[in-house]
Design a protein around this ligand. Structure first.
Ligand code: BES
Ligand code: ZN
Ligand code: ZN
Length: 529
């Protein structure tokens, strides 16, 4: 006999009624190892909240189908377990079906959630990513090696949630978390699922590079890792330029930072030729690649300095976006440029007050050696113009001030082009990895051009005021392209618990937005020649 749908059922009564285990927070047997060796898979199913507060929750079509398969037992158990599942909450059931010894049911929130104009993202997609990530992690905790995932009406978002949610940097630990492979439940939407897997794997590549210690990901190791990822694509060419090449290019600003370290610099140059014509004007991505930023002679405080192993996040996200674009075979040409070096204090390091000369001839007074990212980018941006780009987009963990301004809610975008802004913005609404437009006023330019010894100072004259904006104004001095955007990603570099589908650690943001942006650009015929 089935029990009526009640809010609270004592565990004893529940077990008597149904010989199935439900590990709702306070009941059921310990699930660990429940299905090990049984050969079954985990299953993650979504469930919507009802429109009315008191109404019954609504399964997705996959949830409905599974419930029919188990003769309505899933619905019954859920109602016995307590109130309808809230968004992002999960319940796990064991023994319902022999092929799926463990089933995680996850709350998706409202069924009709779509683009939220206040939040600037697609809430439905975000809900799916978050819910699926939580469900997959529950299956991982049970040490079940394979999990099938309900597409929840948007297989791309579901795949992203699964692949992003399961990622963790385990590389250097002897005891690793079990590897769990997510698969699409059912056969519909397999193309969208695969697209989501590819997008998420791109972001995970950036997370891996950012999280890895600086003694593992040195400039040369970074370049070799990316080269290896691109080796199988016949339409990609990778150049790993050594210090001697950087010198012949007269990249004096970049070299001045690099010379402070014993680790040699690298200029990584990637050519992805996916366009109909190999000579179609490319999109150029530039990424700050400081594999460790100690601050140099203007040394940073020691507390938290380890996070500066991720100061190559700009290089990691743009290079990972190109790897992803190649995997998706996007029909456009992309060039990736990553100046890679360490910023260290030494007898050869830049000293405050030193003057260096960038590739375009402009002189720069290095008033603070910790404002090193803009020195690398100045030369890389000059070099980017050699390719007659249709657009130049750079990404950099450039300023602590960006983190102060927006925190981890969104990447700050400084751009001279509303066309570029619109594409970046629209891409970010879909990916949920948001952008927010910031000013490039002359007001800030004056604060970096008023300099005692050189054409420019590498810091604003009013010290910390508008620090992210003065940094952007500095970069603008090295740009002649009419479609350029600078993405300051310092605030989104790492995740504590703000993004529910990313575990704690380096975030690899905004890789998916860059990929989606490139995909959109490949569909826009404006300015291709
Ligand atoms: N890499 C840092 C910026 C940063 C800070 C990134 C926190 C991620 C998290 C950059 O090189 C830097 O140190 N910038 C200075 C600039 C200042 C000296 C004008 C900063 O933000 O303090
Ligand atoms: Zn710095
Ligand atoms: Zn830095």
């Amino acid at each position: 006999m089935l029990l009526p749908c009640v809010r609270r059922v004592p565990a004893r009564r529940l077990r008597r009624a149904l010989p199935l285990a439900c590990s709702c927070p306070a009941q059921g047997p310990s699930p660990r190892g429940y299905s090990r060796g049984a050969g079954g898979k985990g299953l993650v199913l979504g469930i919507y909240s009802s429109e009315k507060d008191e109404g019954a929750a609504q399964f997705t079509s996959a949830g409905d189908a599974f419930d029919r398969l188990v003769s309505g037992k899933l619905r019954e158990l859920l109602s016995l377990c307590g109130p309808p599942l809230k968004k992002g909450k999960t319940r796990i059931f064991h023994g319902l079906h022999q092929d799926f010894p463990s089933v995680a049911v996850v709350g998706l929130g409202k069924k009709n959630a779509g683009v939220n104009d206040q939040e600037n993202w697609n809430e439905g997609k975000e809900n799916i990513r978050a819910a699926v990530a939580v469900g997959c992690r529950q299956i991982q905790d049970l040490e079940i090696p394979c999990v099938e995932v309900d597409p929840c009406g948007d297989a791309q978002a579901a795949a992203e949630g699964a692949v992003l949610g399961l990622h963790e940097y385990n590389e250097l630990k002897q005891k690793k978390k079990p590897v769990v492979t997510p698969q699409l439940h059912g056969s519909a939407e397999s193309e969208a699922w695969q697209k989501g897997v590819t997008y998420a794997e791109g972001q995970n590549l950036a997370r891996y590079l950012m999280e890895a210690p600086a003694n593992y990901i040195t400039p040369i190791k970074f370049a070799e890792h990316i080269e290896q990822k691109l080796r199988s694509f016949s339409n990609v060419k990778v150049h790993i330029r050594p210090e001697s090449w950087i010198a012949t290019q007269e990249m004096g600003a970049f070299l001045s930072v690099a010379k402070g370290s014993a680790e040699p610099p690298i200029f990584l140059e990637i050519h992805y030729l996916g366009g109909a014509n190999t000579n179609d004007s490319p999109l150029v991505f530039v990424g700050k690649g400081v594999t460790f930023d100690s601050g140099g002679i203007s040394l940073k405080p020691s507390s938290g300095m380890d996070a500066m192993r991720a100061d190559m996040g700009g290089a990691a996200t743009v290079c990972s976006a190109i790897v992803t674009a190649a995997a998706l075979n996007l029909p456009l040409n992309i060039i990736g440029l990553a100046p890679l070096c360490e910023n260290m204090p030494s007898g050869k390091a830049n000293k405050p007050g030193d003057v260096v000369r960038a590739k375009n001839g402009k002189t720069i007074q290095v008033d603070n050696t910790d404002a090193e990212g803009r020195l690398l980018l100045a030369d890389a941006l000059c070099y980017a113009h050699n390719f007659k780009p249709r657009a130049v987009v750079n990404a950099a963990t450039l300023t602590g001030a960006m983190d102060v301004a927006l925190g981890s809610a969104a990447t700050g975008v400084f751009t001279n082009s509303s066309w570029l802004w619109t594409h970046l913005y629209e891409a970010s609404v879909l990916t949920g990895d948001r952008v927010w437009r910031m000013p490039l006023f002359e007001h800030y330019t004056k604060q970096v051009t008023d300099c005692p010894l050189a054409d420019l100072s590498n810091i604003g004259k009013y010290s910390r005021a508008g620090g992210a904006c003065t940094a952007a104004a500095f970069l603008k001095e090295f740009v002649t392209a009419s479609h350029w955007a600078h993405l300051d990603i310092a605030g989104v570099m790492s995740n504590k618990d703000e993004v529910p589908y990313l575990q704690k650690g380096m975030a690899g943001r905004p890789t998916r937005t860059l990929v989606e942006f490139a995909a959109r650009l490949s569909q826009d015929s404006h300015n291709t020649k």
